[in-house]
Design a protein around this ligand. Structure first.
Ligand code: ADP
Length: 518
């Protein structure tokens, strides 16, 4: 009971006991471990601990009281936090540290210790109160986070390194290719060029990168066809392949360029960039032109003496007396055949060079198409003993075109069908009308042609690799046929399977108006 003594308000012993027990109950209810140490006794021993401290450390009260706190560190004495604690005790100051402590059974726990001095009325430090929280879980999470961060960091370093490597690798390829490469942004500003570009167009990187393409070198790249390509064709998102541009550059002269361009369809910083690969084909074209000139001159030069030889052979055949032996007659006949073969090879070369120079002349007239094909087949049949040529169907009796050219096509297809089917006996020719087109197909049961070769055989000088040695030829015939059919507004194509023969077909439009429109 509280009472008033000498005018002063004093506390009764009972009331003090009640307050103390309330205080102890309160301390025991705390989830933080709480200790009191007595600074006035040697080695600052623990004089009080609450229940949570017992729980956190695993020690019982009687194992705690009288000890210095350091027993919680067991052998782990190297922690730098100890000196912070020691200093705070010496200075009578407060401090917070996070330390590794060990429970009685040796289990590590992280202790967040808040230590604060309790002073008497004169300000002398008499006790310290220590409040402790087990922060092992937080510490573990922090350490785990740190560990993950380290892993991530090393992964990022690894990735950056490999990105850098691939960037170096790519850039070494880009710099090595023998094509000029230009990257533009959607506004046609040059973002980068490779060394080959600089070398070919004799410009420096500084005067190129960051400039608008059309303004490069005082507008020398302001090329109509290139503008058309970039502004009209590329936005359709179709890559542009083999686009030929000829331009006279002030410093380097006339250049023939083959452009391949496409819009880079990536997201992010590379979006909508335009990559242009420029191949300088000026020299290559010049060499091709010279080769064509040579072939044209050579075939012309060969043709004249050959015609004379052909004439002499005919005269000799006529003048040969009957008394002469069969042997000589046969020799003359064979010579005639080989001269004829040579003649048709030279004719092929001449045709080709005429096509190349655009000098092929069409002698358009109306003729009986079916009859002409039948005659051509008969002539071919007369010249071959190995194969039987069967002709079926009807196309038209009235066709307007260059008869000799059409016959040349059918002769070529027939002689190929015979040549490339040495083990079969039959060649079929089929004539038909499809809508307002006539169609002719020549089928053999020969070796056939692989799918990947089928497009190439219409290129000049192309011959399928494996037959080069076995069969004579120059790889010109189909090229000439294709051009002749195109000149008549038609299409020539092949359907074939290796080992199962080939069918070469062409269609020709029957409309007068469409003739020679391509
Ligand atoms: P050439 O017969 O002189 O080689 P062509 O231009 O007529 O030239 O033919 C080109 C190539 O196409 C031939 O070398 C051959 O490989 C292939 N070819 C043409 N016709 C046939 C066919 N009927 N069967 C199989 N291959 C063929």
């Amino acid at each position: 009971m509280d009472s008033l003594k000498n005018g002063e308000f004093t506390l009764s012993e009972n009331s003090i006991k009640q307050d103390l027990s309330l205080l102890i109950q309160a301390l025991d209810s705390s989830i933080s471990g709480i200790i009191l140490t007595d600074n006035q006794q040697p080695d600052n021993p623990i004089i009080y601990c609450n229940k949570a401290f017992e729980f956190i450390t695993g020690y019982k009260r009687h194992e705690i009281i009288g000890h210095n706190c350091r027993f919680l560190q067991k052998e782990d004495r190297g922690q730098k936090e100890r000196s912070i604690l020691r200093k705070a005790v010496e200075d009578g100051a407060e401090c917070v540290v996070e330390m590794r402590n060990y429970q009685k059974n040796g289990t590590l726990f992280w202790n967040e210790l808040y230590m604060s001095p309790i002073k008497d009325e004169q300000g002398n430090v008499c006790y310290f109160i220590g409040v402790q929280n087990d922060i092992t879980r937080r510490k573990k999470a922090e350490q785990e986070l740190l560990h993950q961060q380290n892993i991530m960091e090393s992964q990022i370093q690894e990735r950056t390194k490999s990105l850098k490597e691939s960037e170096d690798y790519l850039s070494s390829i880009v710099q090595t290719v023998r094509e000029s490469l230009v990257v533009l942004n959607p506004e046609f500003e040059v973002l980068s060029v490779n060394d080959h570009f600089l070398k070919t167009f004799k410009v420096s990187r500084e005067e190129t990168e960051g400039k608008l393409l059309y303004e490069l070198g005082n507008g020398q790249w302001d090329i109509g066809k290139l503008k058309e390509l970039l502004e009209n064709i590329l936005p359709t998102n179709n890559p542009v392949e083999e686009f030929e541009v000829e331009h006279d550059f002030p410093h380097i002269g006339k250049k023939l360029m083959l452009l391949n361009a496409h819009r880079i369809e990536l997201e992010g910083q590379y979006k909508d960039r335009i990559l242009i690969a420029i191949e300088d084909i000026t020299d290559r074209r010049e060499i091709e032109r010279r080769k064509d000139d040579f072939l044209s001159i050579a075939s012309h030069e060969l043709k004249t003496p050959l015609t004379t030889i052909k004439g002499y052979i005919q005269v000799m055949q006529r003048l040969l007396p009957d008394s002469v032996g069969d042997k000589l007659k046969e020799i003359l006949n064979k010579t005639g055949i080989y001269v004829e073969r040579l003649n048709s090879l030279i004719a092929e070369l001449l045709d080709m060079s005429k096509i190349q120079t655009g000098n092929i002349e069409l002698h358009k007239e109306t003729f009986d198409f079916d009859k002409a094909i039948h005659e051509a087949v008969e002539n071919m049949q007369a010249a071959t003993k190995t194969h039987h040529i069967i002709i079926r169907g009807h196309a038209t009796n009235n066709y307007t075109g260059d008869e000799s050219h059409i016959i040349q096509v059918i002769n070529n297809l027939l002689s190929n069908a015979i040549k490339y089917a040495p083990d079969s006996e039959e060649v079929q020719v089929y004539l038909s009308r499809v809508s307002n087109f006539l169609k002719v197909s020549v089928s053999d049961k020969g070796m056939g042609i692989k799918i990947e070769e089928q497009k190439k055989i219409f290129d000049r000088f192309y011959r399928v690799g494996e037959i080069q040695q076995r069969f004579p030829g120059m790889g010109i015939g189909l090229y000439v046929c294709d051009q002749i059919i195109k000149n008549h507004g038609g299409t020539l194509w092949v359907e074939s399977e290796p080992g199962n023969g080939s069918t070469f077909s062409f269609t020709l439009p029957l409309d007068e108006g469409r003739f020679n429109e391509q």
